[in-house]
Design a protein. Structure first.
Length: 94
């Protein structure tokens, strides 16, 4: 992992993105609340290089993220919220 600041920035970015996902400004996605807050965050440095994505989930509701990639999303929470929504669809459709 790059450093503690990258990790802290990534965790903050995920928190903000969850809020954006669930806010009424995103067409009332409140029904995602239980699912969004059930995700267990697991930092995986280098995830983006390994799989080409910044996020991934597994059947155990773990949300894998690359701290170095996510820190860039501090300035664009709606984009990260969309990525989390995409990952939730993988879990909710199975």
């Amino acid at each position: 992992m790059g450093n503690k600041k990258d990790h802290d920035d990534a965790v903050f970015a995920l928190q903000v993105a969850r809020y954006v996902l669930l806010s009424s400004g995103r067409q009332g996605k409140a029904y995602y609340a239980t699912a969004a807050y059930s995700l267990v965050e697991v930092p995986v440095p280098g995830l983006h290089a390994q799989c080409g994505g910044m996020l991934a989930v597994d059947k155990h509701w773990r949300l894998y993220y690359d701290p170095d990639s996510l820190s860039a999303y501090l300035k664009n929470p709606p984009a990260l919220a969309g990525a989390i929504e995409h990952e939730l669809h993988h879990l909710l459709r199975d």
